[in-house]
Ligand binder design. Structure first.
Ligand SMILES: Cc1cc2nc3c(=O)[nH]c(=O)nc-3n(C[C@H](O)[C@H](O)[C@H](O)COP(=O)(O)O)c2cc1C
Length: 242
């Protein structure tokens, strides 16, 4: 009972430390790991305004964004909103729903121009709201080439990348997991990204057109991860497209 109480207090302390963190913190040099600032839960736009305004943006200005912006976007995509100890949940329930709460998605952040974060590729660790470096230099130009030369990937100051570990879902749901649920999970998460980015007065575009093999190579993906989406984001300018 006492042990349970002490560990509960420790857990609450950790939660409150994270809640109170308003700046980015370097927590490990190798691999380079940062704890991101806590997400803000208020915005100057209503959910309805954001949905009305949402559009895909493909032209980004060469202006740095803040660590608090990438923190917000990663949290909206797959952040933990309710801690839970069950192993399968990998930390807890998220901002996006997931079939069977199996959370098959893996998220990466490609950093080019983000204040206080070294350029490179980072895996998002939702438990603890951290990013951990997997590649120590900017690969957005190579990723752009692997995605039919869609220049917006190269131009944006930062980019989200989604992969999925299908077996997390197919072990339980078989072919239905493969044909439907993983991509449904992806859609929920990516829509959160669209709406969050809009609320930050920035823009993004979901990109599904790319060479799986080339993207896999550029991102140095583990064999069990399937590449699914690329979402560059940042401040944009409007250019008439249609
Ligand atoms: C599954 C999927 C894949 C997409 N892939 C690309 C892409 O590779 N390149 C691109 O410029 N836009 C891509 N888009 C964005 C669509 O072109 C865009 O959503 C559509 O034109 C409607 O415009 P809106 O998002 O501004 O409403 C994709 C969207 C979805 C849902």
């Amino acid at each position: 009972m006492v042990v349970a109480l002490v560990s509960l207090m420790a857990c609450n302390k950790e939660t409150s430390d994270m809640e109170n963190q308003d700046s980015i913190k370097l927590i490990k040099e190798n691999p380079l790991t940062y704890r991101l600032p806590s997400p803000r839960l208020e915005s100057d736009m209503s959910a309805e305004e954001v949905m009305k305004k949402r559009r895909s943006h493909r032209h980004f200005v060469s202006k740095s964004i803040d660590a608090s912006d990438v923190s917000q976007v990663l949290w909206a995509a797959y952040g933990i909103t309710q801690k839970a100890n069950h192993k399968q949940l990998r930390g807890g329930f998220r901002t996006a729903p997931s079939a069977g709460a199996l959370y098959p998605l893996e998220l990466y952040l490609l950093v080019d121009k983000v204040n206080e974060i070294e350029p490179g590729v980072y895996r998002y660790l939702a438990d603890g709201h951290q990013i951990q470096q997997t590649i120590d230099h900017n690969v957005k130009l190579e990723l752009s080439a692997a995605a039919l030369n869609q220049k917006m990937i190269h131009e944006a100051p930062a980019c989200l990348f989604y992969s999925a570990i299908y077996e997390r879902t197919t072990e339980k749901y078989g072919s239905r997991g493969e044909n439907r649920y993983v991509c449904m999970d992806l859609g929920h998460s990516a829509q959160n990204v669209y709406l969050q980015v809009e609320a930050l007065h920035m823009g993004t575009c979901a990109i599904g057109a790319f060479s799986d093999d080339k993207v896999r190579e550029v991102m140095q993906l583990p064999a069990k991860e399937e590449p699914l989406y690329i979402m560059p984001f940042g401040h944009y300018y409007n250019k008439r497209e249609f």
